[in-house]
Design a binder for this molecule. Structure first.
Ligand SMILES: [Zn+2]
Length: 96
């Protein structure tokens, strides 16, 4: 059975089943956050999920919901995004 290894901020490394996590996807961005209750201490944890983490969690069958972040993309944000694509070190920025 697939288990997902993550960390609890109190206990450190924990293993969870896909059914024990919930994923929140932010519309448009493709990233989001995942939520779980730590199996060891019971604490509710909320962790940011990058696009890569989102892909992995979806592939394991984690339940998800799409949340609207309420913000609209402004023209300056689009310009910044286009600029970032033009810069030569964009790959480094994405992986940092
Ligand atoms: Zn814990």
């Amino acid at each position: 059975m697939t288990t997902i290894r993550t960390t609890c901020s109190l206990c450190g490394e924990v293993e969870l089943l896909p059914s024990e996590l919930n994923l929140e996807l932010t519309a448009l961005s493709g990233s989001g956050a995942y939520l779980f209750s730590c199996p060891t201490c019971g604490d509710s944890q909320r962790r940011p999920a990058t696009h890569r983490v989102v892909s992995i969690l979806l592939a394991t069958g984690v339940a998800y919901e799409v949340v609207d972040d309420g913000g609209r993309i402004t023209e300056s944000e689009i310009a910044e995004f286009a600029e970032a694509l033009d810069s030569t070190d964009w790959m480094e920025q994405l992986s940092s």
